[in-house]
Ligand binder design. Structure first.
Ligand code: PGA
Length: 235
């Protein structure tokens, strides 16, 4: 399906991988890419590993010349100072171009509320980092200064039961009409290399956010390959 705007693939590693297994993933990806490089024009690939791995992986990506950008999985609502455990926008700015904000797992396990999420969005803006704001339905509040939103129904996350592309496209349409400032709507929840083409074929969707399917380099490569083929396929 010919697209006039880029299609996003955002891999979310969540709380997975040691430094060693993260490096191994990059070595595996490099081997696959060398064997069969993919034409990724029209595709933006972003990986969100643990913050702990960002320094190592941003060096590796240059060394291996892989077409990957980086995102954080979260950002502190504060600029800097006495906030033990927080990783601030100014710390992340040289390592990432994007950050997830408001993922349902953070809302659930860290009781993140809308006023805190607004502060995170503001800190990302200050640091020049693009927020990927996660919502679990079309009715949820979205801060004014967000352009990219990920629709991720909780029941579809990590369950193997993905939302149909048709329904996800309808929600994307609702989000776009409620929030005209949004440029990019991404779907996340059990996306794999086997179902990703249906999302590429849905005009209202601008990308996907795979979690589990990004953990294995071979599966993530295959998912990228499916997208690169589908965005060029005649309609
Ligand atoms: P999943 O996770 O692909 O493993 O369902 C998606 C997400 O939570 O971002």
């Amino acid at each position: 399906m010919a697209r006039t705007t880029p299609f996003y693939i955002i891999g979310n590693w969540k709380s997975n991988k040691t430094v060693e297994s993260a490096v191994q993933w990059f070595q595996d990806m490099q081997t696959l890419w060398r064997k069969e490089p993919l034409d990724v024009s029209g595709v933006i690939i972003i990986l969100c590993p643990s913050t702990l791995h960002l320094t190592t992986l941003t060096s590796l990506v240059k060394l291996f010349t892989l077409p990957l950008q980086f995102g954080a999985q979260d950002i502190s609502p504060n600029l800097s100072g006495a906030f033990t455990g927080d990783v601030s926008g100014e710390m992340l700015a040289s390592l990432v171009d994007y950050t997830l904000i408001g993922h349902s797992e953070r809302r659930k396990y860290h009781a993140e509320n809308e006023s805190e999420l607004q502060k995170k969005v503001d800190q990302a803006a200050k640091a020049g980092i693009e927020p990927v704001y996660c919502v679990q339905s079309a009715e949820m509040t979205i801060p004014q200064n967000c352009k990219i939103v990920a629709y991720e129904p909780v029941w579809a996350i990590g369950t193997g039961k993905a939302e149909t592309a048709e329904n996800a496209g309808q929600v994307a349409g609702q989000l776009k009409s409620r929030h005209p400032q949004l440029s990019t709507i991404i779907y996340g929840g059990s996306v794999t290399h086997e179902n990703v083409v249906s999302y590429v074929q849905t005009a209202a969707l601008d990308g996907v956010l795979p979690g589990g399917a990004s953990l294995d380099a071979q599966k993530f490569y295959e998912l990228i390959r499916q997208v690169t083929q589908a965005i060029r396929a005649p309609t």
